[in-house]
Design a protein around this ligand. Structure first.
Ligand code: 13P
Length: 253
């Protein structure tokens, strides 16, 4: 019922030439399944976005931003609006990635404004949530995720929230090579779906895609995707290697 969705978050990596060749190779590798059996998106750095969109123009792979500012336009030096991303050809945008929460110090309130602005601008936000290792060790995972989701989705109507994808990315699993086990991922994904059902209703919860992120690789993709509430993967490091990323997408169908 929920179409699988795999997105590659390139973070602050690639250059103009590698962004184009990576996009082209991935597009060729998954041409027979992208869009039809699985939604695929690439999330390049802003400066390479238009190259990547050009390279993907004949494919069914979508493009998204790694961040967005909540104001529509004006004197906000260095920021990018939802309308700009939409105009460039983006479909998705990440909001509240853990690196922005923890390194750039973004708050739940700021992230909530970004999610709302993204929807208003016609984008599909991917709201990222996840606990730190010390929070997991202190049995605070549910409490942290609940707070991030309640605050991240605050004020969104039922109609608007249907535009949102949630990405559960345990911070201790990001870039560490240490992925959550399928059972650990399922436990949190199930909790998130229950939370969304409580905040909205069962129909919204059934429709909402919940992605897992954190050291997703070709050799763990199928077992993670085999969990009933894992609807896709948000891939960092492994999305920079074309063959590895293609394998992840194929394993996720
Ligand atoms: P890695 O796949 O490199 O662990 O990164 C996950 C991530 O942060 C995707 O947004």
């Amino acid at each position: 019922m929920r179409k699988p969705f795999v997105a590659g978050n390139w973070k602050m990596n690639t250059d103009s030439l590698t962004s184009i060749s990576l996009a082209r190779t991935v597009a060729e590798g998954v041409a027979d399944i992208a869009g039809e059996k699985i939604d695929v998106a690439l999330l390049p750095p802003f400066v390479y976005m238009c190259y990547v969109i050009g390279a993907l123009s004949t494919s069914h792979i979508a493009v998204g931003g790694q961040d967005v500012y909540f104001e529509p336009k004006g004197a906000f030096t260095g920021e990018i609006s939802a309308a700009m991303l939409k105009d460039a050809g983006c479909t998705y945008v990440l909001c509240g990635h853990s690196e922005r929460r923890h390194i750039i110090k973004e708050t739940d309130e700021l992230i909530n404004k970004k999610v709302s602005a993204a929807i208003l601008g016609g984008l599909l936000p991917i709201l990222c949530v996840g606990e730190l290792l010390e929070e997991r060790k202190a049995n605070k995972t549910d409490e942290v995720i609940k707070r991030q989701i309640e605050r991240g989705l605050a004020g969104l109507s039922e109609e608007k929230v249907l535009a949102v994808t949630i990405a559960y990315e345990p911070v201790w699993a990001i870039g560490t090579g240490l992925n959550a086990t399928p059972a650990q991922a399922q436990e949190v994904h199930g909790m998130i779906r229950g939370l969304v059902a409580g905040l909205y209703n069962g129909g919204v919860a059934d429709e909402m895609r919940i992605l897992y992120g954190g050291s997703a690789k070709a050799d763990n993709a199928a077992s993670l995707m085999g969990q009933s509430d894992v609807d896709g993967l948000l891939v960092g490091g492994a999305s920079l290697k074309a063959e590895e990323f293609i394998s992840i997408i194929k394993a996720s169908v």
